[in-house]
Design a protein around this ligand. Structure first.
Ligand SMILES: Cc1ncc(C[n+]2csc(CCOP(=O)(O)OP(=O)(O)O)c2C)c(N)n1
Length: 277
């Protein structure tokens, strides 16, 4: 069995993910850098500690399922996959190219272990609730995780799935990118979502709220969620959009645009400093 990485080794992986996200979005000259940078610490923990998966055998039936409901953050998933050995890191530069496996919004058609096609927000929780119930019915050991975002909680379908999950005691592990930002600005201005942890709790979910940038806290919250399978669980992670690149942090303008050559160089320099430190 592979040796467990330390928190600081996982932090390094997160910064490598950030580096690849910038390289991908810059090479494509389009895409979404802000969400992926804010999610890098969470995905590093998932791919390098929590998920039971086999990068060399992506279709392995026993793999944990990771669904992504906020498909526009695909860069963080692809970068995590490449760095953990699913495919060569160089392939990341084909992100968003015609004919590439790495479509801007992930599709199950092109890349094994992409469990759901996404891009249209609000659907992932329904998919995941169904898959988790199927796994239980078939007495499978794997867990079903689903990545969600605050902005997409404006979609009514999310709340239908949230109720069904409680009614059927679905053993789904959901987590939410609570960065306070969506495509048109700050969520409190576009559509105020209130306290999402309290909302899920009031529906009957087992909930917790953590910093999405504290590797030890992210690890322990996912690890504890794995121990429980009697109903739906939600981890609301407070994150900073653009985390790790000073000029992008908490700026809605970086939800979905690529840095130019000069800004990409500045971003890569800052990330390289974090990697060196
Ligand atoms: C059903 C649907 N409606 C609208 C959109 C357009 N859209 C793309 S991203 C986005 C904002 C989503 O918010 P969030 O995921 O919180 O944004 P981030 O934190 O990544 O900036 C919207 C409304 C969409 N993809 N799907």
């Amino acid at each position: 069995m592979a040796k467990k990485l330390t928190d600081s080794e996982i932090q390094q992986k997160a910064n490598e993910i950030r580096r690849e996200v910038i390289r991908m979005v810059h090479a494509a000259a389009c895409g979404h850098p802000g969400g992926p940078l804010g999610l890098a610490d969470i995905y590093a923990v998932l791919f390098f500690d929590i998920l039971n998966h086999r990068p060399e055998e992506p279709d392995w039936d026993g793999r944990d399922r990771l669904l992504i409901s906020n498909g526009h953050v695909s860069a963080v998933r692809y970068a995590s996959m490449a760095l953990s050995g699913y495919f060569p890191v160089e392939e990341l530069l084909q992100f968003r190219q015609l004919g590439s496996r790495l479509q801007g919004h992930p599709s199950t058609r092109y890349l094994p272990s992409v469990e759901n096609s996404s891009g249209s927000l609000g659907q992932g929780l329904s998919n995941a609730v169904g898959l988790s119930l199927g796994a239980r019915q078939q007495k499978k050991d794997y867990r079903v995780f689903v990545a969600m975002s605050d902005g997409e909680c404006g979609e009514g379908m999310t709340w239908e799935a949230a109720q069904a999950a409680v009614h059927h005691k679905a053993p789904v592990i959901a987590f939410l990118d609570n960065n306070g930002i969506q495509i048109d600005g700050f969520t409190k201005d576009v559509l105020d979502l209130g306290d999402l942890e309290k909302k899920f709790a009031s529906f009957g979910w087992k909930t917790r709220r953590e910093s999405g940038h504290d590797i030890a806290a992210i690890r322990s919250s996912f690890a504890e969620c794995r121990q429980y399978d009697e109903g739906p669980q939600m981890i609301v992670f407070d994150t900073i959009l653009g985390k790790g690149v000073s000029y992008m942090e908490n700026d809605p303008g970086w939800h979905g645009k690529a840095p130019n050559d000069e800004l990409a160089e500045k971003a890569l320099k800052e990330i390289a400093e974090s990697l060196a430190g």
